[in-house]
Design a protein. Sequence first.
Length: 399
Amino acid sequence: MFKPVRILQVAAAVLLGGCASSQTVPSHTQHNTVSSNIQQAAPAQSAVALSGSGSGWARRALAPDSGPNAFTDSNGRLKPDIQAYAQRVAATRGLPLNHVQALLEDARYDAKAAELMSPAKTRLRRSWVTYRKRFVDPIRIRAGVEFWADNRQALDEAFARYGVPPSIIVAIIGVETVYGRYTGSFSVLDAIATLAFRYPEHPNRPDRVKLFQDQLADLMVLDYQGVLDARRVTGSFAGAMGLPQFMPGSLKRYAVDGDGDRNIDLASSPEDAIMSVANFLVEHGWQPGLPVFAPVRLPADAKRLVHGGLEPVYEWKQLEAKGAAPIATPASAQVTAPWTQHKLGVVDLVDEPRKQVEYRSGTPNFFAITHYNRSYFYAASVADLAEELAARMGYGQPN
C-alpha cells in the first residue's frame, strides 16, 4: 500500500476503494486510496489512486508513448525502458528473462486504467457521513448476513486460528466487493503494466511508479510459480484481485489456502478469501481480544490529540492526562480493560460540507485495518459495518 495521505476523496469512494497491499507508498488505498465499481452498491477496490487532491476522474490527453503498442516498437520488441526493467526483474527475482519478456510483450496499455488513476483538477470536500452511507448500507448488511451464514464454519476457524472476529472479515469483504459481486473486469497484467510504465503523473510520482513496477514483478513471479495466469486474471483498474481485492504482492505474501485444496483462489474460494483477510490483519498488527475503538470519552479539544498517522502513538495514561476518560461499563469498573495496555490513537472523521468532526480512539486493531486501506474513513466504515453485522447475527459486540 502506501504511506499515509490524509485527503480523502468521497465521490471517488463510490468508484474506487481499498485493497490489501503489502507496500508502503501513498495510498487498499485513501479512499485516497482507490475505490471501485460505478454502481450505487459499488465496493471499494484498489488502494492507490485518490491521494492528494485527485478523484481519479479527470480527463487527460494520452501520453505520446501510450496506446496499444505503448510497450513495444513497430517490430514487436520491447522498448528500451521496458527491456531494461525486464532484465532487472529477471536478475532480482530469479525469473527466466524470456518469461518476463513474453509477459511484457503481451501486455497492452489500458487507457481507462490510466484515466481512472489520473488526478482531478479540483479537490473534493471530505464527508465522513456520505462516505459511511456508501458502505454501511442495507445492501451490504443483508448480503453480509447471508455470507456469514453461508461461511460460518470458515469464519469460526479463522477466528480460532487468528483471533480476527468474523464480523470484521465479513465487513472487509463486503466493503471491498460486496461479497464477490464486483471484483473488477480489468486485465490485471494490462492495468499494472500501464501504471508501472505510463503512470499519468510520471515523472512527478516516482513512488507510484516504483509501487506498480514492484507489483508487476510480483505478478510475474506468481505467474511463473503457477499460482495464477497473468494473461487471464482480472481485477480492479489498479490490479487488485478477488473477493478481498489483494494486490499481487499481498497475494504472494499473505494469502492462505483456506479450503485445503493446495491452491489459493481468492476469486472463487470464500474459505481462501476469509483466511487470507485474517492473516493479512494479523501480519499487520491485529491483537486478538481488543475492540477496534476503545470505549473512551475524549476531551472537548480532541483535535489537538490527532496525530494523523497509521500507527497508535499514545499510552492510555497519556490520554488520561490529556482529559480522556473510559466510558464505564460493569466489566471495566471491576477489571482493567485489555485495551488500556496497548497504545491508542485519536481518529478524526471529518465532514467538511456539514462543518463537523467526529473523534474516536483507535486501538491497534483500527490501525491494522488501515494497512488494508490507508484511510481513517475506510477503517471506521469497516468497524461500523462489522458492528451492524454482529448485531444482526445476535452478538452485542463485533465478534
